[in-house]
Design a protein around this ligand. Structure first.
Ligand code: PEP
Ligand code: MN
Length: 361
């Protein structure tokens, strides 16, 4: 893929590079107020605002549509910022370009669909406009790469990948599971591709945005996209996760920047990366164990109803044998797997005896 470095088309003098603006453009006044507020922050280079909103259910606010395009374009321009909006169809591309929007982005609900992405790519053929590609809603790196490739194949060479988290069965404290290993893998595969983080859509709650933003910097990501609204509580979309321009100012000034040119700090940020991956693996592991315990409890109930003893040696022997074999096949020491299974088994027995005790009370 032929992708230009960020600094060749965007002023990246003030780190981190930030894209800010409301989830949705609502009124000319709201758009102007945000533009004025965020333009005071030297790191903010691009103003975002949703014009057409992809909503889960019909009937909620679906964006102001094309009438809001000139609000965004002029507010951004008057405040020395580039403008950006989401496009989901060739018609959106055409209207946004006609209105003079500087940067376009493909949203998470569009990236999942290669037909839609291809339609957009076809509409971008021969147009020199930067395009941001958000990750698909589903944790599928190939789908994300595919969308980026389709856009690049249309001749677009100013591309930014935006990580906004994933919908997963495993629930986390965030609205969208960050699964940091996926953007890190993208970065490893395409080191020249600028990669931004959208802490707002990952966090889903305004009070968690700063932590996610810091994590993004610790992992040496290239920039941030943060939803900013003059009055978040009354926002027509994503009210819970937006912050005010004043809050954005303090969030950015509290961020700790790591400098990639010091070997020691490079080590630090790599360490952070690995620790983050480890954190999410541990969380996943504990959730899996909790699921196993819930099954153990169910089994305990059946055993109790059918007057069967809790501990059955034959079954336990079989568990030990099969699990150590699996461990062996994935490179885990037999002694370790045995000790781990003993610990888990002991807890399962405990869960089942507790259940029997309660039933007999
Ligand atoms: C947005 O940026 O407002 C948006 C709808 O994001 P996503 O596509 O990541 O859900
Ligand atoms: Mn939003």
């Amino acid at each position: 893929m032929d992708i230009l470095p960020l600094h060749s088309w965007l002023n990246t003098d003030n780190k981190p590079v930030v894209i800010a603006g409301p989830c949705s453009a609502e009124t000319p006044e709201q758009v102007n107020e945000v533009a004025k507020g965020i333009a005071q922050i030297p790191q903010v280079k691009i103003m975002r605002a949703g014009i057409w909103k992809p909503r889960t259910r019909p009937g909620s606010f679906e964006g102001m549509g094309s009438i809001a395009l000139p609000w965004l374009v002029s507010a951004a321009k008057e405040n020395g910022l580039l403008s950006a909006c989401e496009i989901a169809t060739p018609k959106h591309v055409e209207e946004a370009l006609k209105a003079g929007v500087d940067v376009l982005w493909i949203g998470a609900r569009t990236t999942v669909n290669p037909f839609s992405v291809q339609d957009i790519a076809d509409a971008l053929q021969g147009v020199d406009v930067p395009v941001m590609v958000k990750n698909p809603v589903a944790p599928d790196l190939q789908l994300w790469i595919g969308a980026i490739e389709r856009v690049a194949s249309a001749g677009v060479n100013k591309i930014i990948a935006v990580h906004r988290g994933f919908q997963t069965i495993a629930k986390t404290k965030y609205r969208n599971n960050p699964l940091w290993e996926i953007p890190i893998e993208l970065k490893t595969m395409f080191p020249g591709l600028p990669l931004f983080i959208d802490p707002s859509h990952i966090a889903g709650k305004s009070e968690l945005v700063a932590d996610v933003a810091q994590k993004a910097l610790d992992m040496d990501m290239d920039g941030l996209m943060i939803e900013t609204h003059p009055n978040p509580a009354n926002a027509l979309s994503d009210a819970r996760q937006q912050i005010t321009p004043a809050e954005l100012t303090s969030l950015i000034s509290n961020l700790e920047l790591r400098h990639a040119n010091s070997t020691n700090l490079e080590f630090q940020s790599r360490l952070e990366e690995l620790r983050s991956i480890m954190d999410s693996i541990d969380e996943e592991m504990l959730r899996v164990i909790a699921r196993r315990m819930a099954i153990a409890e169910k089994i305990g109930e059946y055993k109790y109803q059918n007057h069967v003893t809790i501990l059955q040696m034959k079954r336990w022997k079989e568990i030990l044998e099969t699990r150590t074999a699996i461990g062996n096949s994935v490179g885990l020491e037999e002694e370790f797997v045995k000790a781990l299974m003993q610990l888990i088994h002991k807890e399962s027995i405990h869960v089942q005896t507790e259940l029997v005790r309660k039933q007999q009370e």
